[in-house]
Ligand binder design. Structure first.
Ligand SMILES: Cc1cc2nc3c(=O)[nH]c(=O)nc-3n(C[C@H](O)[C@H](O)[C@H](O)COP(=O)(O)OP(=O)(O)OC[C@H]3O[C@@H](n4cnc5c(N)ncnc54)[C@H](O)[C@@H]3O)c2cc1C
Ligand code: SF4
Length: 495
């Protein structure tokens, strides 16, 4: 284990953050990593539990508890403590294809399940992970490591998000020839064009893609498979196909006035901002600007928070974030015990920045939009909101949020960003390959085999499981790779 008395001697310490007033002036990541000496102390806090919930990755109370990748967390915490960075990297890479992504964007279910968190502060697992991977790049051990033998089998991966990238990485390491097709101009999926730059700087993705290219993975960008790039061509040229196109059908808000100009989906707003930022540093103006606008974000989740952070960096006049559900408690409720994921109030970076700029948290709970107001030119100029209260259907027992009569309010709005989640995969790729969808419009697959209804075609990630997290996408990418390898070779040693 780390240091036997480490958890008693050392307090949890995580990277400092640039103050909100400074960080909103740019689009850079704003965490300032700990010194190596301090990071080692954080490794020393791990107790090497006999039952390490941190690495369990099991579902409890409808949410995951512990790491879905089953990262060997106690092992590498100890290796961080002893400064054995190379071995720490080897153990980390055994289960996680992309620690450079998860150590920046993962909500860290490992920490939520850490035993140290039961009566104190959890081990700083996520930042230990980041220290290991960044150290590995710095010392040159995270560079290209191409396979020595090729099998001659060809696999096409459609979609270059974390699921597609993880599958491609694993299959390439196994010696198969992998081509990743991506309809955008840059690979990375929502890592590139969803998660904003201040949360994940895009050079981090570029760095990994370059390593994968040097290892032999081929990337074809601007290839919209099923539309501009024919599915039949792919089926003819490749032995296996993996569909990893994400769950990109945004859930809409179907109320009067929805056709008003200035109402758009969160991902379109975030994508345009990142693309313009990467192309020209926002000089080309090819993005939806929030400058001097009253912004209303519909959706109180992480995507909504990213919109708040981005709108503030654009220089918005105000920002309000509407959330249908009640405000979560500040402490775990009695029926939400450790090591379950804590369903408590979280103040994310965007909300912190909004509080700094406008003096208050932007979230308004138990509220939704009843109508969008338009000016004579058809542009959105306001929203009518309505309060909601929890109710239960007496026949089905189903809980739902019902509008409260007479609770309508008007809010000014020049830009409305809909961040209300996603409703499954876009059907055209599924149709092009003739694969069936399930009842939630995800691509259906046989349990644990990731095999679709069509011969030689597999699926993984959000396209298969519905809107989720990067860490789950990586897990599914690795698992589908094993299944594809098995189907090609008759067996698989892939982890
Ligand atoms: C704004 C936002 C912020 C998020 N923040 C976080 C976070 O902080 N932490 C976290 O863990 N999760 C976060 N998520 C969720 C996470 O990004 C996703 O769960 C994850 O990216 C899913 O990975 P994926 O590979 O399945 O799909 P995606 O990342 O969606 O990638 C799918 C790729 O397929 C491509 N594609 C689609 N159709 C075609 C086609 N026909 N031909 C070729 N290519 C195609 C798409 O262009 C895309 O690049 C966020 C999601 C959003 C929307
Ligand atoms: S639960 Fe926490 S203390 Fe225990 S092994 Fe995992 S990281 Fe270490």
């Amino acid at each position: 284990m780390g240091k036997i008395t480490g958890f008693l001697e050392y307090e949890r310490k995580v990277s400092a953050e640039t103050a909100p007033g400074d960080r909103i002036k740019n689009w850079n990541e704003f965490h300032i990593p700990l010194s190596e000496a301090e990071q080692k102390k954080q490794g020393a806090r791990c107790m090497d539990c006999g039952v390490p919930f941190c690495q369990a990755g099991v579902m409890m109370g409808g949410m995951v508890s512990g790491c879905p990748l089953n990262n060997l967390i106690p092992e590498w915490n100890d290796l961080v403590y002893t400064g054995n960075w190379q071995q720490a990297f080897n153990r980390l890479k055994k289960t996680n294809s992309f620690p450079e992504f998860t150590s920046r964007v993962c909500p860290a279910p490992c920490e939520a399940a850490c035993t140290c968190g039961l009566n104190g502060d959890p081990v700083a697992v996520k930042e230990n992970e980041r220290a290991i991977i960044e150290n590995a790049y710095k010392s040159g051990i995270a560079g290209p490591n191409p396979p020595s033998v090729r099998t001659g089998k060809k696999v096409a991966v459609i979609g270059s998000g974390p699921a597609g990238l993880a599958a491609a990485d694993q299959l390439n390491k196994r010696g198969h020839l992998v081509t990743v097709f991506e309809r955008s101009d840059r690979p990375g999926g929502l890592l590139m064009y969803g998660i904003p730059n201040m949360k994940l700087e895009k050079w981090v993705i570029h760095r990994k893609i370059e390593v994968m290219k040097e290892e032999g993975v081929t990337f074809v960008t601007n290839a919209d498979v099923g539309r501009t790039y024919k599915a039949n061509r792919i089926l003819k040229e490749f032995d296996r196909v993996i569909l990893a196109c994400g769950a990109s059908n945004p859930r809409d808000i179907d109320v009067p006035g929805r056709d008003g100009a200035g109402i758009c989906f969160a991902v379109d707003f975030l994508k345009a901002t990142t693309k313009s930022f990467l192309d020209t540093g926002l000089e080309d103006g090819n993005y939806i600007s929030a400058r001097d606008k009253h912004v209303v974000v519909i959706g109180g989740g992480d995507t909504g928070n990213d919109c708040v952070g981005a709108a503030i960096r654009h220089g918005c006049a105000s920002v309000t974030q509407l959330e249908m559900m009640p405000e979560p408690p500040r402490k775990r409720a009695g029926n939400n015990t450790w090591p379950e994921w804590p369903r408590i109030l979280k103040v994310d970076y965007g909300q912190e920045e909004a509080a700094w700029v406008f003096g208050k948290d932007p979230r308004v709970y138990q509220t939704t939009v009843k109508e969008f107001l338009k000016d004579p030119e058809g542009k959105v100029c306001g929203v009518i909101t309505v309060s909601l209260e929890p109710k239960q259907d007496p026949e089905t027992g189903r809980a739902y949020m019902a509008p409260v009569e007479g609770s309508e309010r008007e809010l000014p709005a020049d830009l409305v960003l809909i961040a209300a989640g996603f409703t499954g995969a876009q059907s055209y790729v599924a149709e092009a390959f003739g694969v069936e969808l399930d009842g939630r419009t995800n691509v259906a697959a046989a349990k644990d085999s990731y095999k679709t209804s069509a011969d030689r075609i597999f699926t993984a990630g959000d396209m298969h499981r519905g809107q989720s997290l990067v860490v789950w996408a990586i897990r599914e990418g690795r698992e589908v790779a094993r299944e594809v390898d098995k189907s090609l070779m008759g067996y698989s040693n892939l982890a």
